[in-house]
Design a protein around this ligand. Structure first.
Ligand SMILES: [Zn+2]
Ligand SMILES: [Zn+2]
Length: 383
C-alpha cells in the first residue's frame, strides 16, 4: 500500500505528537494533560463539535456535519504502571509510568487523521467521530463512555480502531473476520476449611489440599467436557494461604482469569468450573466461594467490514491470528458494526507490548492514517 504524499507530509507532526504523549504518560482515567493536548490539536484542526467529560477525561471531536450516522474512530489514551527502560531523549519523563501498549501511537495516528481531515474538509460527506478514551488497561473506559451516552449523542453506523502490534512488520495491516481477541473475566476463589495441628490431619479440613485437587481436576474437566476446537484459558496466577508448616490451612485465596472467544461457551466454562468446585467441596468437606469480575467482551470484527479493509489496504493485508488477550473496544463493536485492525510496528530488536523496552518507529503510524483514509473513502464518507 502506497502512502499518499498528503499523509507523508504529516509525518513530522505525527512524530512530534507521539513524542510528546510518550514523554508524559498518564494512568487509567487520570489522563488530564493528555486530554488537554488532544483538545488543542482538535481546536487547531477546527473540528465541528468538541465534547469533553465522558469517562472523566475522554474527549470527542467530530469532523463534518450532517444528520446522517457517521463513523466512530477510537483511540485509547492511558499508559501502564511500568518503569521505562528505553534509553532515548523522548522516553517517559514520569517515574514508573510508561506508554508500553502503544496508546501514544494510537493517539498520534488519530490526531494525524484530524490534521488530514482539516486539510480535506470539503471532501467530508458524513460525520467522522474521533473518540479518545481513557481507562483501556483494565478500567473499562469504553463501557463507561457508552453508558454515559456517547453513542446516543454521536450515532455511528461504523466503528474502527487500531492497535500497534510488534509481531507484524512496519507497513503491514493485520485483521481477521469474526472473533480476534478474547472475552475475559477475573475470578477470586476463597476456599474455606477448618484449621488444626499438622500432626493430626484428620482433625481439620485442609484448604490447601482441596485447592490443589480442584486445580488439577478443573483442567481435566475443561479439557474433557469441551471440544479442543473451543479455545479457552482458565489460569490461576495467585494462591495465598497457610500460616505455619505444622498447621492445617483453614482458608486460602486463589485469583485467576478465564478467557474464551464465544460468549455462550464462556458461560458454559464458568458453569463447569463451579460444578467442579462443588464436587471438590463434597470430597473434602470445604466451601468454595466464587467472586467473578466480568472483563471485556471478545473483539468481534464484522466480516463485511473486514473484506472492505482487505480491499482497501491491498498487499499490506495480513491475516491476523486470534489472541487470548482482551480489548475494551469490544464494547463499541457490540453496539456498532466495525473492526479493530493491527498496525505492524516490528523493530529490529525484539520487544513486546507491556514490556519496559517497548518502542516503535513512528513511520508505522503513517500506515494507520492511510488505512483510516482508505476506509473512509471506501465507505463514501470521504468523497
Ligand atoms: Zn495494553
Ligand atoms: Zn493496548
Amino acid at each position: 500500500m502506497q502512502i499518499r504524499p498528503e499523509i507523508q507530509k504529516l509525518y513530522p507532526k505525527i512524530k512530534a505528537y507521539r513524542e510528546y504523549l510518550h514523554q508524559y504518560p498518564e494512568l487509567e482515567y487520570h489522563t488530564v494533560q493528555t486530554r488537554k493536548f488532544i483538545k488543542k490539536v482538535m481546536e487547531e484542526t477546527k473540528c465541528d463539535i468538541l465534547q469533553e467529560g465522558y469517562a472523566q477525561e475522554g474527549i470527542v471531536g467530530v469532523y463534518g456535519k450532517g444528520k446522517e450516522k457517521g463513523i466512530l474512530i477510537r483511540s485509547d489514551m492511558d499508559a501502564l504502571p511500568i518503569q521505562e527502560k528505553v534509553k532515548k531523549e523522548t522516553a517517559s519523563k514520569i517515574k514508573g509510568v510508561m506508554h508500553a501498549c502503544g496508546h501514544d501511537g494510537h493517539m498520534a495516528a488519530l490526531l494525524g487523521l484530524c490534521e488530514y481531515l482539516h486539510e480535506h474538509k470539503q471532501r467530508i460527506h458524513k460525520p467522522i467521530v474521533c473518540l479518545f478514551q481513557p481507562g483501556e488497561e483494565g478500567a473499562g473506559g469504553a463501557k463507561q463512555m457508552i453508558e454515559e451516552g456517547v453513542l446516543e449523542t454521536f450515532p455511528c453506523a461504523y466503528a474502527l480502531a487500531t492497535h500497534l502490534m510488534p509481531q507484524y512488520e512496519v507497513g503491514k495491516i493485520a485483521c481477521r473476520s469474526g472473533a480476534m481477541m478474547a472475552q475475559n473475566a477475573e475470578v477470586e476463589i476463597r476456599v474455606q476449611g477448618t484449621g488444626g495441628h499438622g500432626a493430626y490431619p484428620d482433625t481439620g479440613k485442609d484448604a490447601i489440599l482441596a485447592a490443589t485437587s480442584f486445580l488439577l481436576e478443573v483442567q481435566t474437566q475443561l479439557n474433557k467436557r469441551f471440544s479442543p476446537l473451543q479455545e479457552k484459558v482458565f489460569h490461576i496466577g495467585i494462591i495465598q494461604g497457610g500460616n505455619a508448616c505444622n498447621t492445617i490451612c483453614d482458608s486460602l485465596l486463589m485469583k485467576g482469569t478465564l478467557r474464551a472467544f464465544d460468549e455462550a461457551i464462556f458461560q458454559q466454562l464458568k458453569a463447569c468450573i463451579m460444578n467442579t468446585a462443588e464436587a471438590i467441596e463434597k470430597l473434602y468437606d470445604v466451601h468454595f466461594h466464587f467472586q467473578w469480575h466480568e472483563g471485556y467482551f471478545s473483539v468481534y470484527n464484522h466480516p463485511q467490514m473486514c473484506m472492505l479493509l482487505k480491499e482497501a489496504v491491498e498487499d499490506s493485508y495480513v491475516e491476523a491470528d486470534k489472541q487470548m488477550t482482551s480489548e475494551d473496544f469490544s464494547f463499541f463493536l457490540k453496539e456498532v458494526p466495525g473492526f479493530m485492525f493491527y498496525t505492524g510496528c516490528k523493530m529490529e530488536k525484539e520487544t513486546s507490548l507491556h514490556s519496559d523496552t517497548f518502542d516503535f518507529d513512528e513511520h508505522a503510524l503513517l500506515y494507520t492514517v492511510e488505512t483510516y483514509v482508505r476506509i473512509l473513502e471506501k465507505l463514501d464518507i470521504l468523497i
